[in-house]
Write a protein that binds this ligand. Structure first.
Ligand code: CTP
Length: 418
């Protein structure tokens, strides 16, 4: 955060007589890492007016979301997120909370873990005092995640999954009572009432694979707490799968920057569910309310990859055949291949990433058009065959045009101008 913003924040908070605070993630990460990254401000009162005045003072623009009592201010130094302090109540366990404006104290009470209740009062001026009403500092020192009240996981079972993320990200551990409450909420069926959308969102966040090594620890805790059952009652996560998933997650982080971004759930979930019957996998897809394309990824990406592996095992394989099977894969499947135990498969995957996929034709369709061949499927096929010949090393770059013209002639594609 740009500390130069603090005087403006303080001046406006005084003028509008509003409490303005840094709460939750920002003070937590400041204590833990010494860095203030996200500037998420909490305003006690009308956050929108504060956002407008702040934008004006900083020469920025406001984007207000009145329904959620939040606003973003885009200013030259970056983006600030402003939320209005709120009070929450749950009509039924696992339902979305009813939210009304509230005080700072009420905003703290609604929070999941003590480590998210630290407050820095920005309106009071330097030295910005840290307010710790729930013993968060002691929990941070002890590396402990602790819920604020016994009903926390029943109100919102996604907090159990958030807890696993925090454990892994902060290197903390739920204390005994909190873990007991998490298990009790699970046994009481708290997750059953959770909507598919909310469950999916939180499971997907849990399955993110960054930083390296985190996915094994998260999944190990997931299994330990008996959470596999929230994906399917018969799901178990064997230790061997964890090692295997961990290796592919590490491989995914080493992929070149220009391949598609790895989405953890795509890498982990199809293999995590590998021991389930197809109908059970379908039930999991239903439970997570997956979109049709994500559903088909869950149900078929593993088998698709197995077919590719069969091809890569063949003897006397040519680079263009490898390109044909590897080009359509997503980065998550490439990561699986790189982490695969079989040397020949791994070597082809490496060679495709480092060399084969990078081979570009110098020939273009425009040159074929200049030679009299108008647009049409024949041109695409000729370019494709030429590229394959280049990949296999059977022609050099300067032979591409002659080769493509031969393909067109042999296919009987007619030149429009002689
Ligand atoms: N919170 C909660 N229960 C949830 C989600 C959020 O109690 N299911 C509370 C937490 O105390 C959190 C605050 O709302 O501090 C803001 O949540 P979020 O925006 O998710 O921020 P972070 O705690 O920073 O989490 P993350 O870094 O993962 O986004």
């Amino acid at each position: 955060m740009d500390r130069g913003l603090l005087p403006s924040i303080q001046e406006i908070s005084r003028r509008l007589r509003l409490g303005v605070y840094l709460v939750g993630g920002a003070p937590r990460d400041l204590i833990l890492s010494g860095r203030l990254e996200d500037l998420d401000l909490l305003v006690e009162g009308v956050g929108e007016q504060f956002a407008r005045d702040l934008a004006e003072a900083l020469g920025g623009k406001v984007r207000a979301h009145a329904r959620f009592g939040t606003a973003g201010v885009d200013c030259p130094g970056g983006r600030l997120d402003i939320a209005t302090a709120r009070r929450e109540s749950y009509d039924a366990p696992a339902s979305l909370p009813r939210v009304v404006p509230g005080t700072l104290e009420e905003d703290l009470q609604r929070r999941d873990f003590t480590v998210n209740t630290l407050v820095i009062d920005l309106g009071s001026g330097p030295p910005y005092e840290l307010v710790d009403s729930y013993g968060a500092m002691e929990d941070i020192e002890e590396g402990r995640l602790r819920v604020l009240h016994d009903g926390s996981f029943l109100d919102d079972p996604t907090r159990v999954l958030r807890g696993l993320r925090f454990e892994s990200r902060l290197g903390f551990r739920m204390d005994e009572a909190t873990e007991r409450l998490a298990r009790a909420a699970l046994n009481d069926g708290a997750f059953d009432a959770l909507s598919g959308d909310r469950l999916r969102r939180e499971v997907f966040r849990l399955l993110e694979v960054e930083p390296a090594g985190c996915i094994e620890s998260k999944l190990k805790r997931f299994e330990e707490l008996g959470l596999a059952g929230i994906l399917h009652p018969s799901l178990r996560i064997p230790t061997e799968s964890l090692a295997w998933i961990g290796r592919s997650a590490t491989a995914s982080l080493d992929l070149p920057a220009d391949v598609t971004r790895v989405e953890g759930w795509r890498l982990v979930l199809p293999w995590l569910l590998g021991s389930l019957e197809p109908t059970e996998q379908q039930a999991t897809a239903d439970r997570l309310a997956l979109r049709p394309e994500d559903r088909s990824w869950l149900l078929s990406s593993r088998e698709d990859l197995e077919r590719v592996i069969e091809v890569l095992r063949r003897a006397a394989l040519k680079p263009h055949e490898v390109d044909r099977v590897l080009r359509p894969l997503r980065s998550e499947q490439m990561a699986r291949l790189l982490a695969f135990g079989e040397a020949s498969v791994v070597q082809w995957a490496r060679r495709w990433l480092d060399e084969i996929r990078l081979v570009k034709l110098s020939l273009t369709g425009r040159e074929l058009a200049a030679a009299g061949f108008g647009p049409g499927p024949g041109i695409g096929r000729a370019l494709e065959s030429t590229r394959e010949a280049r990949l296999d090393g059977s022609i050099r770059a300067e032979e591409e045009l002659r080769f493509a013209l031969n393909v067109l002639n042999s296919e009987g594609v007619k030149a429009e101008r002689a």
